[in-house]
Design a binder for this molecule. Structure first.
Ligand SMILES: Cc1ncc(COP(=O)(O)OP(=O)(O)O)c(N)n1
Ligand SMILES: Cc1ncsc1CCOP(=O)(O)O
Length: 691
């Protein structure tokens, strides 16, 4: 009883990892079967059939929580509808059989973990649950999954068991290793997520093109799906090449087979307004509608997806322009406006979110993607990386989105993180030479190459945070007898959207100490904090990034040292510097000094005209700096250049009696300006305006 029956069969070598459910005693794993036969075996049968809920069970008595396995819990735990409700961030649950909760009382409460909306796990004995509240305005789509997850965490706390977020990819194999299943597994690995794989088709492929395609029998794809889904807790299913309409039908059937079934399949979700919605529960689904390879070879016809069975199950679908066009009957998509139209039309097929990728948009120097969540459009811009090594970007992007969702990230952040990952991978791999053809693969695991970067990337930089950029100054703090932490806190409370520690007169040890304290403050307010010039200090305090000047560490090296997850800003006065900053992998540029200032000596001003010229040439978002105050802030923002995202200010905030009051004053001038722009343009935009 004390030994985990999963040991020796667990896909991960780590014996503490809880990935697979154990088979019931007496059932053998499906080894040695002929895949070609396509015959459904015992593994293809319903996971619950023939398996007693109590099989492999554990009794409460005499069992220490350290012996709890997820599968035991899944079969034996019952959460009743007698009393279950969400209060802000906590859920209270009553159990039918309290003894199953080990040391817990018959009713216990635990925090709802953020992001578990997407961590949907089967909960085989759960009942219909009543939810009375929207959580953070977000639709709670899988309460039973959340409850199971949280109860599991509660029961196994300190047990030594842990689980990895899990993506199942259903896709084709690329013998060249750049795209398909191979790219999916590497993208998940880079995002630190477990990846199981169901292969739909085997392609003979290299950097020149696709030489052959051999698709597997639909019933053998079904068998692979059931093998994984009946045993493992899959958070997100990501689909790639689905070569036939029949295969899509099989996939949809099986996706629906593995949610909580029947009555248990439905979550009655009562909104605050007491309207009823029925929501089906199954793993989240990311659909990459693979139709054509990068080399132009057809991998599956549009008919496969236009069957429209899969899209209603999709949490997100990620077509490129060709695929979006094919899904919409071959319409031409030539402009950003066309992309918005396509996103909306594909959304109407039932996908909850749509990302139309504009990498191939003619005449655009940027890669612009359109994200549509059914209500709002977001234009996601990124630099177009000039490289031949782009094979597998679509598969990678979709898999990375799936991986972020599996970890619990919200949808838009998952998309942004995936874009940032692909951008960094392309940048790191632009000189890579694998194969002789025109479409090279890239290196997904570039982060492993650099010891310093051995961490998962964070969510990507949001340029809207440049709106009111507070840059500290030790001299001014001394003058007004403020500590740096007081200055930082006051500016955030006044509405600063990003902070930079620009401490020119402190010793390193003191700087690191202060930076650590400021990081804690900034984290608690969810405001990014950057360090001026000092990459070592940024690393030491795990800051969100750095701001560097033209005579500091070159941005390209800074990126190598800091990795893709950190924000890098570069000071630029000219279009050439702006272009270089972009090519070096910076996230934004600081442009100035716009007006004369006493804060930085010997720094020629470029004026509003110079600022405008740099903005127009820059592929990166821009923040203006130098002599900006309440008196001239309007003239800066009136330039109306779309990538001018805000102002960076030192003395107008910190050389003042009340930092909070002055920050508030500038913030309100900026937000009035933004609101006015929105009203005048009447455009939907994604900028967040914080009062
Ligand atoms: C947002 C922002 N833009 C420009 C600068 C100037 O940085 P740098 O050129 O490194 O000059 P110093 O700040 O080191 O004097 C900045 N700090 N922030
Ligand atoms: C750091 C820096 N870089 C260009 S101008 C400047 C100083 C900006 O300070 P202030 O906002 O007080 O003019």
């Amino acid at each position: 009883m004390g030994r985990s029956p999963a040991s020796g069969r667990n896909p991960a070598s780590d014996k503490n990892l809880a990935i697979g459910k154990s088979l019931a005693p007496g059932r053998s794993p499906a080894t040695g079967k002929n895949p070609a036969s396509g015959r459904n075996s015992a593994t293809g049968s319903s996971p619950a059939s023939g398996r007693s809920p109590m099989t492999g069970g554990c009794s409460a008595s005499g069992r220490s929580p350290t012996k709890v396995r997820r599968q035991d819990l899944g079969f034996r735990m019952q959460i009743s509808p007698i009393h279950s409700e969400t209060h802000a961030d906590r859920v209270t649950v009553a159990a039918f059989n309290p003894s199953l909760f080990f040391n817990h009382p018959d009713s216990f409460s635990f925090p709802v973990p953020i992001g578990l909306t997407y961590a949907k796990n089967r909960f085989e004995r759960s009942q219909v649950l009543l939810v009375r509240q929207k959580r953070n305005g977000d639709r709670v789509r899988s309460l039973s999954g959340m409850l199971e997850e949280s109860a599991y965490a509660a029961v196994t706390q300190g047990s030594g068991l842990r689980r990895l977020a899990h993506v199942l990819t259903v896709a084709g194999s690329d013998s060249g290793g750049g795209a398909g299943i191979q790219a999916d597994i590497k993208a998940c690995a880079a995002a630190c997520v477990y990846c199981s794989s169901v292969i739909t088709s085997v392609t003979a492929q290299n950097t020149i093109g696709v030489q052959g395609v051999y698709s597997l029998a639909e019933n053998f794809v079904a068998e692979q799906l059931r093998s994984v889904l009946s045993d493992m807790q899959v958070d997100v299913i990501k689909t790639g090449m689905l070569p036939s309409p029949g295969m899509i039908t099989v996939l949809c059937q099986i996706i629906k087979e593995f949610p909580v079934r029947g009555l248990w399949l439905l979550l009655i979700y009562i909104t605050v307004t007491c309207t009823f919605n029925l929501v089906a529960l199954h793993a989240a689904v990311v659909v990459d509608p693979v139709m054509v390879s990068t080399s132009g070879d057809v991998l599956s016809g549009p008919s496969t997806l236009s069957g429209k069975e899969l899209l209603p199950l999709a949490d997100i679908v990620t077509p490129n322009l060709k695929e979006a066009s094919a899904l919409l009957g071959g319409i031409s998509l030539d402009t950003v406006g066309d992309m918005r139209f396509a996103a909306k039309s594909i959304h109407a097929f039932g996908a909850r979110n749509v990302l139309v990728k504009g990498g191939d948009l003619p005449g655009s120097s940027d890669a612009i993607d359109i994200f549509f969540d059914g209500e709002q459009f977001h234009e996601l811009c990124g630099p177009r990386i000039m490289t031949r090594n782009t094979h597998g970007t679509g598969c990678t992007l979709a898999s990375y989105i799936a991986a972020e969702l599996a970890k619990g990230a919200p949808m838009l952040q998952s998309v942004q993180a995936a874009k940032s990952f692909v951008k960094s991978a392309l940048l790191y791999s632009k000189d890579l030479m694998i194969g002789n053809g025109p479409q090279g693969p890239f290196d997904h695991l570039f982060m492993l190459k650099n010891q310093l970067n051995n961490y998962a990337p964070k969510w990507s930089f949001n340029a809207n945070s440049l709106l009111l950029y507070a840059v500290t100054d030790s001299r001014m703090n001394k003058k007004w007898a403020r500590s740096i932490t007081e200055a930082v806190k006051a500016s955030i409370e006044g509405g600063a959207t990003i902070i930079q520690l620009r401490e020119k007169e402190v010793e390193t040890s003191e700087f690191v100490k202060k930076a650590v304290d400021c990081m804690a403050i900034c984290r608690s307010y969810h405001v990014p904090l950057l360090i001026n010039d000092r990459i070592d200090v940024a690393l030491a305090c795990d800051a969100d990034g750095v701001h560097i000047g033209q005579s500091d560490m070159p941005a390209e090296l800074a990126r190598k040292i800091l990795g893709p997850g950190k924000i890098i800003g570069v000071s630029c006065k000219t279009p050439t510097q702006a272009m270089k900053a972009w090519a070096d992998g910076a996230d934004y540029i600081g442009c100035g000094g716009v007006f004369p200032t006493n804060t930085k000596q010997s720094n020629p001003t470029i004026g509003l005209k110079g600022l405008e010229t740099v903005c127009l040439a820059s592929k990166l978002p821009v923040v203006a700096i130098g002599g900006i105050s309440a008196g001239n802030i309007q003239s800066v923002m009136e330039l109306g250049v779309p990538n001018l995202k805000g102002v960076a200010v030192v003395s107008a905030l910190f050389d003042q009696e009340s930092v909070t009051t002055e920050t508030r004053r500038l913030k309100s001038l900026l937000t009035v300006r933004l609101k006015l722009q929105c009203m005048v343009l009447g455009l939907l935009h994604s900028q967040q305006i914080d009062e």
